[in-house]
Write a protein that binds this ligand. Sequence first.
Ligand code: SF4
Length: 144
Amino acid sequence: MARIGIITCSNMTNDMACSSFGCLQDSHTGKGKFAQYADRGGAQVVGIISCSGCPTLIAPEKIVRRVRTLVASGVDAIHFAYCMERICPFKKKYRSLLQKEFPKIEFVSGTHEMPDEGHAAEIDQFVKKALCQQNLSMADVFGK
Ligand code: SF4
């Protein structure tokens, strides 16, 4: 069985409280990007960790510390979760520096089955609305 790590977008894990349910479900059933492990007895997800948040333009290397934990867990491959693949502007930079840092690890784009483009666009709009929703703050007191 292939030992798999997953790295997620911290916006989705922390702000949106995503439990990685879709990624885990498809890893169990061998769907989506986990289908490639059928001839190895399937995928065993041994760790999930979110990215380290905004790396700024000068420090994309900050993600290495997070991924090192997955590598130390003895993974064969690390998947960039669907959320990262869909919305992360740093994914190419992350991919190239992680592959250089951990040359024995296979880095894979995506996790669960892709929604069709129409549904994906709907999810994008939902995520945007949720991330930008306004909670009450002291500004509401000052405004009165
Ligand atoms: S750096 Fe990418 S993966 Fe991390 S929170 Fe930002 S968009 Fe998400």
